[in-house]
Design a protein around this ligand. Structure first.
Ligand SMILES: Cc1cc2nc3c(=O)[nH]c(=O)nc-3n(C[C@H](O)[C@H](O)[C@H](O)COP(=O)(O)OP(=O)(O)OC[C@H]3O[C@@H](n4cnc5c(N)ncnc54)[C@H](O)[C@@H]3O)c2cc1C
Ligand code: SF4
Length: 453
């Protein structure tokens, strides 16, 4: 089968590339996605915080994915889920397998958008036994948010990047006790807003400059040893103490996924495993482009989509011989990472994480926009938070949901408890569908287009 552009991977990068290729004149554009639906990692990220730059709204991962899928479908992109690409040659012949067998696609241009995978226990070399109960954060996210499987009751998390922080809150809302988030470095690599709303809101302790130095348990995990680290990041034995726990979650980094790129002899960066590209997102193999986390792991999905657009547009330009467009990362401001300032209020409404101060005359300072003033006033009276959660259906599947408006922060655990006991009928749910018209003073709405039957 011949296609103008074949995109490998149906995450936000691949979907944006496909839509852009189509808009730029490529006629037959195909997205091959190994999972049963497009959307990539976003489908399991039920928390909000996506799309502030691209859509000027704070969306959940599935909501952002639904928009990207709708855009691609409206452009006439063909999306083929359950299709795993198993091989590709340098002349852009792509081989995929699905339930009906092997398929070979001859592509005028290819965009690789295969995302990333997680670093595992082997990569961080933690001594100790090998019991059940040690997971990577992405696997936990998939179990809890997509498969309705809880991983433990007493949890320790190693790594305080955004994924670790988000899972600390998510597991707490599901009823687990998160006993510690442990961070090797002296500060966190996560966004300040995530430290505030995922750890501080729930009183979860963060130990920076520490690591998990031992793992205990026979068949099942029974505990972990935590130690301070010295200036070489080695554990200091005298500082060690033990925490009894039944789950250890490793959130210790992401590595670009590039097996397909390797098969086509695309040059990879030996240090990061990301693809090496020129400014047009073209790899060392002519006509093969790369974008998103398989090129270099990015913290904001908005930039992944923007980069995907450049790659897709240039794939179409490669076909027609038109001039290509260089990729420019347009950051309006740097997201605030690390520990929030002690003497300021950290605004959690966007990644800028402004440090707000209450002045003696009653005014608020430190805000980059007016929303910070409203936030600071609300925090003084009745702090409010968005709640994102999942609700079970009769068959045990999960529908991601959120409150239409933020609810009182002191009632978040109560609200989560109510949603845990709710059961929905099986059927088709769509983004923004009202599930409950009055839940904690607002509506409860679905955040995914999902068929649970
Ligand atoms: C836990 C977590 C929390 C995050 N939180 C935020 C946040 O709050 N705000 C924000 O802006 N960003 C956030 N991000 C970042 C953002 O979501 C990702 O950077 C973005 O989804 C990456 O898009 P991608 O298309 O490059 O990769 P992915 O979304 O990973 O998509 C890659 C796709 O390729 C498919 N694929 C791989 N290999 C093959 C193959 N051989 N054949 C067929 N298909 C294949 C995969 O199945 C997958 O669907 C978060 C990321 C994670 C992991
Ligand atoms: S004050 Fe405005 S710019 Fe600053 S973090 Fe809050 S919402 Fe973002």
């Amino acid at each position: 089968m011949k296609y103008d552009v074949v995109v490998v991977g149906g995450g936000p990068g691949g979907l944006a590339a496909a839509s852009a290729a189509k808009k730029a004149g490529a006629e037959k554009v195909l997205v091959l996605e190994r999972e049963s639906r497009a959307g990539g990692i976003l489908n399991q990220c039920i928390h909000d915080g996506f799309g502030l730059i691209r859509y000027k709204k704070t969306l959940t991962g599935p909501e952002y994915a639904a928009r990207a899928i709708a855009e691609a479908e409206e452009c006439g992109v063909e999306i083929r889920p359950d299709s795993m690409v198993i091989d590709m040659t340098s002349d852009r012949t792509v081989t995929a397998v699905d339930r009906s067998g092997l398929h070979v696609y001859e592509a005028g241009a290819v965009v690789l958008a295969t995302g990333c995978r997680e670093r595992t226990r082997g990569a961080v070399v933690i001594p100790g036994s090998r019991p059940a109960g040690v997971f990577t954060a992405g696997v936990v996210q998939n179990f809890v948010n997509c498969r309705n499987v809880m991983i433990g009751k007493r949890v320790v998390i190693l790594g305080s990047g955004d994924i670790g922080l988000i899972m600390a809150r998510r597991l707490t809302l599901e009823g687990a006790k998160v006993l510690a988030v442990v961070e090797l470095m002296q500060t966190s690599g996560g966004l300040q807003r995530n430290i505030s709303q995922c750890l501080y809101d729930f009183g979860i302790p963060l130990y920076t400059g520490h690591t998990v130095s031992n793992i205990f348990g026979g068949k099942k995990l029974t505990g972990v040893e935590i130690s301070k680290v010295d200036e070489n990041l080695s554990p200091i034995p005298e500082s060690a103490w033990t925490i009894d726990c039944d789950a250890l979650v490793l959130s210790v980094g992401l590595i670009p996924e590039n097996e397909v790129a390797k098969a086509a002899k695309v040059e990879l960066d030996a240090r990061t495993n990301g693809t090496v590209t020129d400014e047009y997102m073209q790899t060392s193999v002519p006509g093969v482009f790369s974008c998103g986390n398989s090129h270099a792991v990015m913290d904001l999905v908005d930039f992944v989509s923007a980069q995907g657009e450049t790659a897709g547009k240039n794939a179409a330009a490669f076909l027609s011989g038109k001039e290509m467009t260089p990729w420019v990362l347009s950051r309006l401001s740097e997201p605030a990472k690390g520990l929030p300032e002690k003497d300021a209020l950290n605004c959690i409404l966007c990644p800028n994480g402004c440090r707000l101060h209450y002045e003696a005359d009653g005014s608020i300072s430190g805000n980059k926009c007016k929303r910070g003033i409203d936030y600071a006033k609300q925090e003084r009276t009745d702090p409010v938070r968005n709640l994102t959660f999942t609700v079970r259906t009769e068959s045990g599947k999960l529908v991601p949901v959120r409150t239409a408006k933020p609810i009182s922060q002191v009632r978040i655990m109560e609200a989560a408890g109510i949603l845990q006991t709710m059961t929905l009928p099986d059927g088709k749910y769509t983004c923004e569908q009202v599930i409950l018209s009055d839940f904690m003073g607002t509506e409860l709405i679905a955040t995914s287009n999902i068929d649970t039957q």
